[in-house]
Design a protein. Sequence first.
Length: 349
Amino acid sequence: MDFGIFAVLAQDGVTNGAVYALLAMALVLVFSVTRIIFLPQGEFIGFGALTVAALQSSQFPKLIWLLVGIGVLTFLVELGSALRQRRYKPLPRRLLMWSVIENLIYPQFIWLLAHSLDWQGMPMAVQILFTLAITVPLGIMIYRVAFQPMAEASVLVLLIVSVGVHFAMLGMGLFIFGPEGSTTHAFTEWSTSLGEMPVSGQSVVVMAVAGSLIGLLYLFFDRTLYGKALRATAVNRKGAQLVGIGTSQAGRMAFGLAAGLGTLAGTLIAPLNTVGYDTGFVVALKGFVAAIVGGLASYPLAAAGALLVGLLESYSSYWASAYKEVIVFTLIIPVLAWRSLTSGHGDEE
């Protein structure tokens, strides 16, 4: 292997690692706040990429129908919860009104925007923002319907529910988008070379966007009140409840951020690879390996683990391309063994 090949593989590894870092941080965030291993993260990768591809080809983004359907289901769940609690306190009319706006009126507004504007002629950044306007509320609704009613259940029960939600979303993705994959337009056609190493503008954009998002997440958790509330919930859920932090709201915010990060990861890889409704599952699993390196608790370690996974995958594809997935996923075994030997074991709360 000469230096040119080594440098190209390093560039690919860092590019993929930047995407895995976003997914790993989203998984760490959700698990820290809610104790849920967010397996449906991969579906948001595919849903985001395919929705942007539909907008660029002047097609109606069919994911909006899923948003409308789950919005109706979410409203019915919240209405039923309010009616059950009516015997203890008056019916929360203000909360129900907000539920109508968020779960019924907002999806119809998005549907109207999708029909009214020419999204094919919009800049790619605007198309991505509109896609986020669909997927982020979808993530919040999924938490409200599937996970919030059993938020105090054990980690094992929450994992079983997460598996069920993953397969349900996978089936809905096949029904909505079909089995064929799509790619999106390139972010830029620019390219250059540094010595013997060609530098792709696509890779630069991916690394710059991922780095910026990681920096914004740091500022969000360190400088904002909502970010500090999420950190408090992650450190001690019961203590956060005692000081007045709404853990249900924290869970919704965590799922919304995770859905947004998954969507952005999908839009970053879509110009480089063909993305289908089920493509994101394997990509999210690599993010999960990176999150395990961070112990599902540390954001810096998860980001470092993502770079390690990206580089390992890149160089494995050169030396043993048939076994690159096996090599990447085998990384989780020594990490788990080391953590098992170095950490204490206690009963689950």
